[in-house]
Structures are given as structure tokens and as C-alpha cells.
Ligand binder design. Sequence first.
Ligand SMILES: Nc1ncnc2c1ncn2[C@@H]1O[C@H](COP(=O)(O)OP(=O)(O)OP(=O)(O)O)[C@@H](O)[C@H]1O
Ligand SMILES: [Mg+2]
Length: 263
Amino acid sequence: MEKIKEHTEPQKHQPKVKEEVVIAIKGLKKSFGNKHVLKDINLELKRGENLVILGRSGTGKSVTIECIVGLLKPDKGSLKVFGNEVVDMNDKELKELRMKIGFLFQSGALYDSMTIRENLEFPLTRILKLKDQKQIDKKVKEALDNVGLLEAIDKMPSDLSGGMRKRAGLARTLVVNPEIMLYDEPTTGLDPITSREISELILTIQKKNKTSSIIITHDMECARIAADRVLVMENGEYIAEGTFDELHQSKNKTVSAYFNDIL
Ligand SMILES: Nc1ncnc2c1ncn2[C@@H]1O[C@H](COP(=O)(O)OP(=O)(O)OP(=O)(O)O)[C@@H](O)[C@H]1O
Ligand SMILES: [Mg+2]
């Protein structure tokens, strides 16, 4: 893998917290039949860090995060979250793990038959098992306020625009205050201004909650805004790692292709 040397100048969003590793992946492999999707994935996510993964469609980005939350079982390799091997976890342990990980799916689906308020109450009552309605109200309003959607609290998802639905999905994921956030294409399908808002929101959330995040995106503006570090994935492996600015200057043709339109 092309590892771009650290510059001496400070990084833009350098985390100031202790460098504790929250996700450690070593030699991860995953195939579907004879299709070898993940060939050799090695990754470390540090506490408080925003890690962006770039890569062409179909390279296995979503498969990687589905392995992290135990939705898919890797064929080989080690995948530790908070020091515990995910492959060895039983159902109860997986459930506990998923309580600490917020997963914003590529589709970002909300429950269409529930209001935005009910959508946010759902993880609080079902996952955190909260019963105190006052406390639930407070958390729901705080989460909606964080994404600028407080006024939409009693609306149905169908009453909202695509960008608002995306923000509501983000609020629902964040309402349980996860330690790790996995974002699968958080800005896809949004206009450039809303995309920028979502990307800035991801950065604000990371700073405010000290969340560690993996952000999969094709949106270079999102990568520029949110990333402490960037990995480029190609054919089931990572081929380059560095800060956004470092990779921007890469001489590697595959890597620089991502930055073609960036000034
Ligand atoms: N459950 C599954 N069963 C069989 N094949 C799968 C499964 N999940 C993913 N794949 C295959 O694995 C490959 C990688 O898929 P993945 O969804 O990880 O791509 P991606 O990098 O996230 O792409 P995109 O940028 O389009 O979202 C694809 O060829 C896909 O068809
Ligand atoms: Mg995907």
C-alpha cells in the first residue's frame, strides 16, 4: 500500500485525544462464491478519528462495514471492535456491540408509517430500553436540534425532502449516542449545499461527542470536510493512505484520479 509520509505541518483535524484503537482489522478476507470481494483488508480506527474510505462501486466498501457490525461473517482474518473479536461473538454480545455502533445505511431508511418523533423514540425504547418519557423527549429533541430538524418532529417521512430525510436518519442513529459511527455514503443523492451541510454535521458530531467514524463516500467535498485520514480501496484492498491533502498530491494514477476535479 502506498503510505504517504506525514507532513511536518499539523493536520487539519488532528484528533487531540489519546490514540486508542477502537476498530482493528487484520488480513480480512470475504468471498461470495468465487467472487473474492475482500482480499486483504487491514485497518485501524482510532478513538475520535474520522476515517474516510474512497473506492469505486463494487469494491467491497459496504461489505467491510457489514462485517464490522457482524451482519456478514468474514472468511478469514481478525476483526476486533473495542478489543473483542466480532467473529467469536454470540447473539447477545453482537447486540451489545451494535448498541455502541451507529450505522447509517446507504439507503438511510426511516420507518415510513411513523412520525419523525416516533422514528427517534424507537431506538431509545427498543435498544436502550428507556421508560422515562421526559428523558426520551429530551433526547429526541436534542438529536433533532443537532441536525436542524426540530420543526419537523411531528411530520411523516413522506412530508420531508430527501435531504431532510437523510438528516432525520442521521438523528435517529445519533440519538443513542454511539461511540462509533459508520456512515455508508451519507451524502449520495443530495444537492451540493445539503451535502456540504451533512458533511459539516458529521464533523460537528465527531467533535462534540468524540465519536470515531468510518465514512464511505464518493463525495470528495465530504472527504475534504470530514476526513482526518483517507484510505483508497481498490479490488478488495487498500492501495493508499494519508490525509486528504497528502493523497491529493499523490503521483499514483489510480489515487490521483479521485482528485481530478479538485483544485
Ligand atoms: N450478501 C451478498 N451476497 C453476494 N454478493 C454480495 C453480497 N453483498 C455484496 N456482494 C457483492 O460484493 C461486491 C462488493 O459489494 P459492496 O456493496 O461492498 O460494494 P461497494 O464498494 O459498497 O459499492 P458501492 O459504492 O456501489 O456501494 C459486489 O460485487 C456485490 O455484488
Ligand atoms: Mg456500498
